[in-house]
Design a binder for this molecule. Structure first.
Ligand code: SAH
Ligand code: SF4
Length: 356
């Protein structure tokens, strides 16, 4: 029998495995709680199970098939990036960001711990400003490979008496290109008998795959949705983001309206501010006109540098002017902090290589 990756299993699949092993039904629940509540990392830790069952688990199920290749901390100590090697030698990265002095949604004073998780090795979407896009597509991650990145960091934080506050799918890859596995990973982490990680603490960021946005809206998930927009007209967007050949801006914004209508949830637009390209007051006005009437918010972030793109980051002054122009036109905007740039852990800088 081939080894099965334990985080790939849904609860009912795990129950079936145990049934095949002639185990009583409650064993599945014990194992599930061990995995997702106690965050056990090996069969030996399941001391509530018999020795023979632990041995059977060790023979048939793998726990962490990732090799941790490199762990890097940013110089400000707020960002940690981990490079994992998968069994087939593909590389993926996941990032932990610490936001000290902020309040989380429950308004407690505990610091936020946000995880930025990958859904694919590489990416097929080819956005020119993005290091993952520049490396091309390698493969989809399985649901368990997505879950395991979260578990890895949750274990690390647990050792310091801390927990994960938010999970954003803004690492390598396009989550809606790997829709089933991404949703299945969310379901597993959301399960109330396991991690019990609330849907509203997840954010999916997409390049703008229209059919999947509509499907996501129909499923009425409480997960936050962010759309990588970066341009306010088709001519400029297509130069940066090839996907715009397939789904034009108006069609994309229609799908966003549908999402807001179906879920009553606000949509966020991601905007990498590139000097002289998409950061002028004229562009801000054009964008505001496009977004008028849509319940939304713009997240602007000065472009992070990548090897394959010449564009430069907007400076602080221009970024503030962009934000103010949008807000005067009635569109809320925040300028996000750049994080972990010195270790290439910022948005769009993940490329599965120890390049810094
Ligand atoms: N594929 C998804 C999620 C991963 S990219 C998406 O594109 O939305 C995460 C975010 O980083 C996206 O908003 C993306 O547009 C942005 N991004 C990519 N390259 C960037 C760069 N060089 N600087 C700043 N943001 C970047
Ligand atoms: Fe892929 Fe997102 Fe990068 Fe575009 S920005 S290439 S969709 S990871």
């Amino acid at each position: 029998m081939t080894m099965q990756f334990i985080y790939d299993l849904t609860f009912s699949e795990l129950s079936n495995v145990l049934k095949e092993w002639d185990q009583p039904a409650y064993r599945a629940k014990q194992i599930w709680q061990g995995l997702y509540q106690h965050l056990y990392s090996s069969p030996a830790q399941f001391t509530n199970l018999s020795k023979s069952l632990r041995e059977k688990m060790a023979e048939n199920l793998t726990f962490m098939p990732f090799t941790v290749k490199v762990i890097q901390d940013s110089s400000d100590g707020h960002t940690r990036k981990t490079l994992f090697e998968l069994p087939d030698k593909n590389l993926i990265e996941a990032v932990l960001m610490h936001y000290e002095q902020t309040f989380n949604v429950e308004r407690s004073t505990s610091p936020r711990r946000t995880l930025c998780i990958s859904t694919q090795a590489g990416c097929a979407m080819g956005c020119v400003f993005c290091a993952t896009g520049q490396m091309g597509f390698k493969r989809h991650l399985s649901s368990g490979e997505i879950v395991a990145q979260v578990i890895f960091y949750a274990q690390l934080l647990k050792a310091q008496n801390e927990t994960v506050s938010n999970i954003v799918f803004m690492g390598m890859g396009e989550p809606f290109h790997n829709y089933e596995n991404t949703m299945s990973a969310i379901d597993r982490l959301n399960d109330s008998e396991g991690c019990n990680f609330g849907a509203r603490r997840f954010t999916i960021s997409t390049v703008g795959l229209v059919p999947q946005i509509r499907r996501f809206a129909d499923e009425q998930r409480q997960v936050n949705l962010a759309i990588s927009l970066h341009a306010a007209d088709n001519d400029s967007r297509v130069e940066m983001m090839p996907i715009n050949k397939r789904y034009k801006i108006d069609e994309l914004l229609e799908a966003c309206k549908y999402y807001v209508m179906k879920t009553s949830r606000r949509v966020s637009f991601e905007w990498a501010l590139i000097n002289g390209i998409n950061d002028t007051p004229e562009v801000a006005k054009k964008l505001a006109a496009k977004l008028r009437g849509l319940m939304c918010h713009v997240n602007a972030i000065p472009l992070n540098p990548t090897a394959g793109y010449n564009g430069k980051a907007t400076n602080r002054q221009r970024a503030i002017l962009f934000k103010e122009t949008l807000e005067q036109a009635g569109i809320p905007c925040t300028i996000r902090l750049r994080r972990g740039i010195d270790i290439n852990a910022g948005c769009g800088q993940l490329a599965g290589a120890n390049s810094s």
